[in-house]
Design a protein around this ligand. Structure first.
Ligand code: G3H
Ligand code: ZN
Length: 281
């Protein structure tokens, strides 16, 4: 069933687990997410970046996402991931997205606050939740890219929340978007300190490649939404390459996609276990 972002995150906050949030661009990708969530009886967030919307088309992705969510046996929220352009937020609201992220983290503090407030003002009239980001998460995801990481300061997070009234907050605590080049180090104390000061759902981005036990510890420290993208893409591609290499003469694309969907579903199930969201639907 399609549910609001507020509802899905409220439950996670109360019961101290994280809702896994997976990016999608096409049908197979989306089916793997929903199948995995249903098998684990887990709520799930399906999310689209602006890049995914450009690739697939706004209306097309809306129909795909809402159609899958409405048919699902578990709660599903449709979320705009890393929205940077107010036009996308407005159109997403009109087309039925139930949760929005406004990412103005590249701007200075005051500008970030002002941009987030604009989105919050509109979204809250319609009871749509808004995720904001404070600090800089390194790495690359679509058009969002940074060579550096700037950890979120506790006092800044408190001030930011008080001034914006955002519903959830993505914080920079050591993870990075894309494929990790070095060892992952997460500042769990920082998560705990921020959570102690502002008891709202905190969001972990750049979670592909983070060992499962560290994800579990992040949940225990106060994270209530964990975003995954790269690992799904890698699983998809690996399965596709393997199938094509082993079956060079098969041209039925459905046969190619089948193992890809299975491989992505396995990743989804693994991440749901790490988020402790199984049997919470
Ligand atoms: O917003 C999406 C996530 O932060 C994805 O990060 O590609 O490192 O899993 P990832
Ligand atoms: Zn992200």
């Amino acid at each position: 069933m399609l549910v609001s972002g507020k509802e899905i995150l409220r439950d996670a906050l109360e019961k101290k687990y994280a809702v896994p949030a997976f990016n999608f661009t096409n049908m197979e990708n989306l089916q793997a997410i929903i199948d995995g969530a249903e098998e684990m009886n887990s709520p799930v967030i399906i999310q689209t970046t602006q890049g995914a919307i450009e690739y697939a088309g706004f209306e097309y992705l809306a129909d795909l996402g809402k159609g899958a969510a409405k048919r699902a046996k578990v709660p599903v929220a449709l979320h705009l991931d890393h929205g940077t352009d107010l036009g996308y937020h407005l159109k997403a609201i009109r087309l039925g997205w139930t949760s929005l992220m406004i990412d103005a983290s590249k701007c200075d503090f005051e500008t970030n606050v002002n941009i987030v407030r604009q989105v919050v003002k509109i979204a809250h009239v319609l009871d749509i939740s808004v995720e904001a980001e404070l600090g800089v998460i390194g790495g690359k995801e679509d058009d969002i890219e940074s060579d550096i990481s700037i950890y979120t300061e506790v006092h800044d997070a408190v001030k930011f929340y008080n001034e914006t009234n955002c519903d959830s907050l993505a914080i920079a605590v050591g993870t990075a978007h894309g494929i990790y080049k070095g060892e992952v180090k997460i500042d769990f104390d920082r998560i705990r300190e921020i959570k102690q000061e502002i008891n709202i759902p905190l969001v972990l981005h750049g979670s592909s490649g983070v060992p499962e036990d560290m994800l579990g510890k992040a949940v225990e420290s106060g994270i209530n939404k964990i975003n995954f993208d790269t690992e799904l893409k890698l699983a998809n591609l690996k399965a596709m390459r393997k199938f094509i290499e082993e079956n060079p003469n098969i041209y039925d694309i459905r046969k190619v996609f089948k193992p890809c969907r299975i491989a992505m579903k396995e990743v989804v199930i693994k991440k749901i276990k790490a988020c402790k969201s199984y049997n919470k639907a």
